[in-house]
Design a protein around this ligand. Structure first.
Ligand code: MTE
Ligand code: MOS
Length: 802
């Protein structure tokens, strides 16, 4: 066992504790970035001037009328930028654009004494636009050949040859929607300058170091002149990984120019119309199976809808391509990935980071092909699972593949799946207008950033003279419970009670050059860095204690606030005594910790290597009931077994699994981003701009029965205290809901019906699917030569995204 993963006997990690800020969250006392405004004097408020075109040139920008509005202090335009007029790292995101690239693009910003003054000022700014042709859908972009960034190819073996000799070959096309993050806290920044013009930005950012870099390059400053702090976020979900930078830069620019604090907080409509979302994808595929239903080949072309600029679209595509296999062994495979450039918001990271989009393709293939192969979908999936001697298409051994089987059989057993399936068959036979379906789907998700360099983290741990401990690390808290886990890690390593440890907010002047809190690796990376810092301190303290206890240094133990030798009967000193002695002996009581994940390598051009430290596994079973008249459905029961290694914090992890699952179910079944695709005057406008038109999961969509279990005996060697990442993987367990809906819809048709289901599978989409099944649609039957369904049976136009 590695020392990193080894867990001491009296560990604070592993205890089921509430989130460290739970009480503050529910009482409303927790401070978020925008709460600081009320505590800050002389704050100016920023408001954007948003363009009413999907694509247009700005021909004239008249800001003078804004200054006639009482309370307007300053209008910020491109002319004010002392450094680089760019909000991103790819230099394709002008902060103040001269060409509007999407409907709602901010062309300039107005600062006012009040938000109302800024709003009225923005309304007074006069902009002349020369409208340009706009590409709004991914299909339009494909037809126009409008792509951006690198196009990647991932291949193993000879997919064409394998397809040519496969017993069954199917092909199809699939287009599926993106997703709005809908974090409760919208993007927010508060920027201040000190007497030397140095900038301090409070920002709701998952990536403070990059926010710092962008603010610095916009202002023409060096990084050491800019400090970014993030107290916590009211949800990030990937939406605050890359997108906060521009807003922080606007606030910082305003603060530099006026000398006053500037607050920028988007209201919901601004946030939803300006910030990027999950990438919707288009996929075209050919899949081959042998006579026993084993997948023998896959050939797929993935096209993501990147929106107007690259942002994180390239790594999102890489992760999609690395997850198209999900949990299945596909011997011969070719995947092409490309990023469409459209006149939409710049699509970005969203929980799963392309993984869900990749997996969607294979899960859709299996769901559609199972009836055509005449194999039960449960059996088809299980039969194709990876085994431990397999490697992924990009060359990574699938370590612990047996955990797929372990999760699967545990869900089968504890979810009483076989009995319920018999019951469902009986129910369906007796109910012509209501049908039920039960589906199981697995998840295998790679943990680490694909780009090896990002897999590093730092921490700063202070032990004060009184024995109290203050920890700082590079990760940000967005509700996922990272800080809770980090306090547990520090308490475990130092052998002190949790009450001795406090955590200070994330800031770039404490721990520099951090990676985004993303890729679910926050706890892995920062936990290991904190552990490293704590161990440095312990090493020094052990020397102090050994002297007093008369034992040798390696025999000193730190347990629950006491320091003693190996035998529990030996003399004990209190933690505080040892700390005090150390101080008096002039021993350094604080340390900077560092961690880099070992054993990773990735060739992003060849799409080959071992980019992931390990895989997280999980299995879900979902049962739904669908109404044949309306397509309305309920989620009756969900059973999940998920692998989090040895959990650092089981309550937090179960919350992550529940939340991730429901967020995935929202993406796949409810949340329906609608853009104006017409040629009318509002072309490119997001039609679903608020919670009234964009349906999020709420209590009423929670499964009636919801069982989440952590896989036992799941120690992960080489990760901090044997744990595994949990933030993103459970989202993809929600494919079980989509597949259950597909099966319920199929039950309206004759046996062996293959159902195409639009995504999101809204009640309307489910209705069209079951209606086609009910009509015994010819294309839904098995074809002798296995030729597919899709070509002859386009999804009804009304759904738009079959
Ligand atoms: N959970 C909550 N409550 N809020 C969030 O914003 N973000 C998710 C996940 N869980 C998120 C969340 C995403 S996208 C990621 S990458 C991880 O948390 C990031 O945190 P971690 O690395 O500490 O798991
Ligand atoms: Mo998460 S999408 O990696 O922020």
């Amino acid at each position: 066992m590695s020392t990193l993963s080894e867990r001491p006997q009296h560990a604070v990690v592993g205890l089921p504790l509430p989130h460290e800020s739970a009480a503050l969250h529910v009482t409303g006392e927790a401070l978020y970035t925008d709460d600081l405004v009320a505590r800050t004097r002389d704050v100016l408020h920023a408001w954007p001037v948003q363009a009413p075109h999907a694509h247009a040139r700005v021909t004239v920008l008249r800001v003078a009328p804004a200054y006639d509005v009482p309370g307007v202090v300053r209008v910020l335009t491109a002319d004010d930028v002392p450094g680089v007029n760019d909000a991103g790292v790819k230099h394709d995101e002008p902060l103040f654009p001269s060409e509007v690239m999407f409907h709602g693009h901010a062309v300039c910003w107005v600062l006012g004494e009040t938000q109302e003054a800024a709003r009225l000022g923005a309304a007074a700014v006069e902009v002349d636009y020369e409208p340009l042709p706009a590409l709004v859908t991914v299909r339009e972009a494909i037809e126009a050949g409008s792509f951006q960034g690198a196009q990647r190819h991932l291949a193993r073996g000879d997919a064409d040859a394998a397809l040519a000799s496969a017993a069954h070959v199917f092909e199809g096309e699939l287009e599926f929607a993106g997703q709005e993050h809908f974090y409760l806290e919208t993007h927010a920044s508060l920027a201040l300058v000190d007497e030397a013009g140095q900038v301090f930005v409070q920002s709701s950012t998952q990536h403070p170091s990059e926010t710092q870099e962008i603010v610095a390059h916009v202002l023409g400053l060096a990084s050491h002149e800019v400090t970014v702090q993030c107290l916590r976020m009211g949800g990030g979900f990937g939406g605050k990984e890359m997108q906060p930078h521009g807003y922080a830069a606007i606030a910082a620019l305003g603060a530099r120019l006026t000398g006053r604090p500037v607050r920028l907080r988007l209201n919901r409509t601004q946030d939803i119309t300006m910030s990027g979302k999950r990438h919707g994808f288009h996929a075209r595929w050919r899949a081959g199976f042998d006579a026993d239903g084993h997948i023998v080949a896959l050939d797929a072309t993935l096209t993501s809808d990147g929106g107007w600029s690259l942002d994180l679209s390239e790594p999102v595509m890489a992760r999609a391509m690395c997850h198209i296999d999900n949990a299945y062994w596909i011997p011969d495979i070719r995947v092409d990935g490309r990023i469409a450039k459209t006149n939409k918001t710049s699509q970005t990271a969203f929980r799963g980071f392309g993984g869900p989009q990749g997996m969607m393709v294979i899960e859709d293939i299996l769901g559609r092909c199972a009836p055509m192969l005449g194999v039960d979908p449960l059996e088809l999936r299980r039969r194709n699972f990876y085994r431990s001697d397999h490697t992924t298409p990009y060359g990574q051994p699938v370590r612990h593949a047996e955990r797929l089987e372990a999760c699967w059989s545990q869900v089968l057993a504890t979810g009483d799946v076989e009995r319920r399936r018999t019951e469902i068959a009986r129910f369906n036979a007796a109910h012509p207008h209501v049908k039920r379906g039960l589906a199981m789907t697995p998840v295998k998700f790679g943990i680490s950033f694909n780009l090896t360099a990002f897999n590093q983290a730092g921490a700063l741990v202070h032990v004060y003279k009184d024995g109290s401990v203050l920890i700082n690390h590079g990760g940000t808290e967005m509700g996922q419970g990272l800080h809770t886990k980090m306090i547990q890690v520090a308490a475990t390593t130092l052998g002190v009670p949790m009450s001795r440890v406090r955590l200070a907010p994330t800031r770039t002047d404490k721990v520099p050059n951090t990676s985004a809190t993303a890729a679910s690796s926050g706890a892995d990376l920062n936990g290991a860095a904190i552990k490293n810092a704590c161990e440095q301190i312990l090493e020094r303290l052990a020397r102090v204690a050994a002297g007093r206890l008369g034992v040798s240094v390696p025999d000193v133990r730190f347990v629950d606030g006491a320091v003693r030798g190996l035998s529990a009967r030996d003399e004990r000193l209190s933690w505080e005594e040892v700390v005090h002695d150390a101080y008096m002996q002039r021993v350094q009581l604080w340390a900077a910790g560092f961690y880099r994940t070992e054993g990773l390598h990735w060739d992003s051009e060849a799409m080959y290597g071992e980019p992931f430290k390990y895989f997280a596994y999980g299995v879900a079973a979902a049962e739904v009931e669908v109404d044949g008249f309306t397509g309305a459905y309920t989620l009756r029961r969900v059973d999940i077994v998920h692998d989090v290694g040895d959990s650092l914090s089981p309550l937090v992890d179960i919350g992550q699994i529940e939340g991730g699952f429901v967020q995935g179910a929202g993406w796949l079944t409810l949340e329906d981003l609608r853009w104006d695709e017409s040629d009318g005057p509002h072309r490119g406008r997001l039609a679903t701009q608020s919670a009234s038109t964009y349906k999020l999961p709420s209590f009423s969509e929670m499964p009636e029965v919801f069982h989440v279990t952590l896989l036992e005996k799941a120690h992960e060697d080489g990760a901090v205290y044997g744990s595994k990442a949990v933030g993103e993987p459970p989202l993809m367990l929600a494919f079980s809901v989509r597949e259950a809906l597909r099966q319920a819809a199929a039950a309206f048709g004759p046996a062996g019906t293959s159902v195409q289901l639009a995504s999101p599978a809204t009640p309307e989409a489910v209705y069209w699917a079951l209606d086609r099944a009910r009509a015994g649609h010819a294309a839904a039957r098995v074809d002798v030569d296995g030729v597919p369904a899709d070509r002859e049976a386009p999804v009804p136009a009304v759904q738009g995204r079959g």
